[in-house]
Design a binder for this molecule. Sequence first.
Ligand code: FAD
Length: 545
Amino acid sequence: MQSPKKVIIVGGVAGGASCAARLRRLDEQAIITVYDRGPFVSFANCGLPYHVGGVIPDEASLLLASPQLFHDRFCIDVQVHHEVVAIHREAKTVTVKNLLSGESFEDRYDSLVLSPGASPLKPDLPGLDLPGVFTVRSIPDTQQIRGWIAKTNAKHAIVAGGGFIGLEMAENLRHLGLEVILIQNGPQVMISMDAEMVTPLHAHLIKNGIQLKLNTTLSSVAQHGEKLIVNGELETDIVILGLGVRPETTLAKAAGLRLGKRGGISVDKQMRSSDPAILAIGDAVEVHDLITDTDILLALAGPANRQGRIAADVIAGRDSAFRGVQGTAICGLFDLAVAQTGATEKSLKRLKRAGISDYEKVYLHPKHHVGYYPGAQTLHLKLLFAKPSGRILGMQALGTVDVARKVDVVSALIQKGGTVFDLEEVELCYAPQFGAAKDALNYAGFIAANHLRGDLPLTHWNALPEGAFILDVRDDDEFSAGHAEGAVNIPLNQLRSRLSELPQDQSLHVYCGVGQRAYYAVRLLLQHGFDARDICGGWITAGMM
Ligand code: FAD
């Protein structure tokens, strides 16, 4: 009989814990040990900001499994406060340091899995080690933040960084009643999204009492009595750093494992590192982006968990492979959600690869369910697709309800290589309180497919030529309330009888509120011999630019 496999897992949270539990389900004989240098394993990082804000009042709810549970249920040995400090690849051993006793020992492996996560970026700037300046990665971090707020009776907070951790922290500090300033070094928060798609988010943050300081780079923190001074001018009681994360590769680098161009551990589809006995998963590794055909870093819980399962499969001898990522993510802010999957326009502009020589985008602003049912809320959607194939490249969404569902459906389609023609046909749940017989996603497909079939020439607000003839087909009162500079107003219902007012020798750039009346107008005009195109997403999109 073969002797049982000895498997060591470094890091017992998202990727590591998934890997350990799955491996036990596949191999009852394996000897599995998990080392984590922190005091907890299998905790919900994603819940940390909400625990700070009191939305999740009980710290214990963040603990999904204890070392005892791993032992009793899975016969897995979980050692917390144990840091793996070196890998000896020749001998297939690791050196482990017990952080409580200070003692070190060697442990042997047949397979080693690295799931050490990522560490928060803390640039080398004055004052970032002062008391009162925090990063957010672990339960002890939240304990310290909550303790500091209580001890100093904090009234003011500065959050540096408008990514999802910074934003979630800003929201939660507001829940605690603090005055919050969010500083962000560029012109938009959520830089993973296209700028116009976060315009409503900026307004929403301000509406909810967050003072936004865009184009403001964190340069220093200084102590002034009991207060902290940020950038020499902003007084506060606490500073939260949400400046991004860096893959935790200290061990891998020291062991000579290959790193990728972005600084993460380089792995194959089976999550094997350059040493086949060592697998690596989660935030520490580089992953293949399905759309842009590049290797990227993506610190998200879903991929980490799925990679953990795949690493377990591979160790157990199964032929599993990680499909790659498309960056599907969501962030909730007060009662608003922003979500994305696949490529953004920014990323497509940067990378003319993966056979994507040309792309188009559509904007739409539908209600999340039929307008006649009470409570319909506006969604803002942006769909990107390849030309001429129609392959869906990405979707971004913002709204108060149903944002996740819209993006999730598109995410599933993208993973299966779906096109806008599939989106036209996708069959979704419908009753009045949930959607529409022609769902917003069907509409996204209709608009994109109409365009590709040549039925609906499109243009965009930021692509209008100098001196363009702009035709506004909204009603008079809408036009009076605000319109594009130089636009001519002919309401749709009068268009057929007023065609003589339109130039035959010029392109007509047509818009309405969201795009539907402009579509009708463009179809009418094209059939009367005009060169007409729809300014996609209408007046609402103009307001987001
Ligand atoms: P982790 O879960 O971070 O686990 C790494 C573990 O390894 C740590 O416990 C660490 O102590 C241990 N470790 C590191 N080095 C060693 C060593 N040498 N020896 C022993 N132990 C070691 N993702 C989402 O998809 N959605 C969200 O809403 C979301 N919210 C988040 C909110 C916050 C505040 C944070 C911090 C992250 C959030 N994430 C979210 C990201 C998500 O938590 C991570 O992508 C995921 O946890 C990565 O899993 P991992 O196993 O790679 O690393």
